[in-house]
Design a protein around this ligand. Structure first.
Ligand SMILES: [Mg+2]
Length: 328
């Protein structure tokens, strides 16, 4: 059902937004006409965020706008693609101009930064949900995929892991942290930064890549499955923020990093033969990714180790975490 006389998409999402030269026809017709540069391939990703499932009433509309763009661009980053065009479908219980203004600001911040153009959209009445399809460009044959990891490859992650999970745990009253740490981790939950530049830099260096949306353990698991390999991780090498390590026990912090989602960092593998090229590339990178383990030849097997011994997880000391409730 349309909203009536005026077109929400053109009102909120096109005026003074980025205009790309490769868009022959944008919003306004039945479809967009886009010019894919020669020798490039199109990478298409889609994500949906539903009220009550992916966010709740207290989530600011600007954060929802930012995040629906960020999670899509994170998928493009994990493929090594350059973001180009977006298509948006919004379902709203009612036309709420304040909400739409904030939501469009959040989305636009990312579009402006990455020069992404919204080229189509649809609005419907119903329970609040937003779906975004992002199109990215990739030099032919240079995609990062999940199925290229080989035994002996080194495993890396960008940034720090577990912060968004800690924020969610705090919101659900499963954890309590200081106000300043809470602000920091909430920022990561609400306004994740897609690793777009890193993904493109990894094109000819990484043997496989994925973005971490469901937790390191689950997402690395997808690489292991697709590549038919295993992995050994040194849990002490997993990069953790100060906000996380100062808020919970060391083992619980690792557990957050392994199993809570929404971090939108990249996990990838680098063959020994590309490691020098990778280090050279990353020397200029402000936040160099961290090596956390190695690919093994045991299909599907993920070994978590500390000092070469199996890591047991935080179960043993749940009593000692003080005021914090047990995670999961
Ligand atoms: Mg993904």
């Amino acid at each position: 059902m349309a909203f009536g006389e005026f077109d929400l998409i053109s009102t909120y999402f096109t005026q003074r937004w980025p205009n790309r030269a490769d868009v022959e026809l944008g919003v306004g017709d039945d479809g967009a006409i886009l010019n894919v540069p020669e020798e490039n391939q199109l990478v298409v990703v889609t994500d949906t965020m539903v009220s009550g499932v992916h966010f709740d009433e207290q989530t600011p509309a600007r954060a929802i706008g930012h995040k629906i763009a960020a999670v899509n661009l994170s998928d493009l980053a994990a493929m090594g693609a350059e973001p180009a065009w977006l298509s948006l479908a919004i379902t709203l219980p009612e036309v709420d101009h304040e909400w739409l203004t904030s939501f469009s600001h959040g989305l636009r911040e990312i579009c402006d930064y990455y020069d992404c153009q919204l080229v189509g959209g649809d609005t419907t009445r119903g329970p609040l949900s937003v779906t975004l399809t992002a199109h990215g460009l990739l030099p032919k044959g240079h995609a990062l995929r999940r199925d290229g990891a080989k035994p002996g490859d080194w495993i890396y992650v960008s940034g720090t892991l577990g912060d968004a999970g800690l924020a969610l745990a705090c919101q659900q009253q499963r954890c309590k942290v200081s106000d300043s740490h809470y602000r920091r981790v909430l920022e990561r939950l609400y306004f994740p930064s897609p690793r777009v530049a890193l993904g493109q830099n990894l094109r000819d260096v990484a043997s496989s890549a994925i973005d971490i949306s469901d937790g390191l353990q689950a997402d690395l698991g997808h690489i292991l499955k697709a590549s038919n390999v295993g992995a050994r991780l040194d849990v002490d090498e997993i990069p953790l923020s100060m906000a996380l390590t100062e808020s919970v026990t060391a083992d619980l912090a690792i557990q957050f990093a392994l199993s809570s989602g929404d971090d939108y960092e990249l996990c990838f593998t680098v063959p020994e033969s590309r490691r020098g090229v990778f280090d050279t590339l990353m020397a200029r990178h402000p936040a160099k990714p961290t090596c956390i383990g190695r690919v093994t030849s045991e299909p599907g097997k993920l070994r978590l180790e500390r000092d070469g011994e199996p890591w047991q997880g935080p179960e043993a000391d749940t009593e000692s975490v003080g005021g914090y409730e047990h995670f999961r």
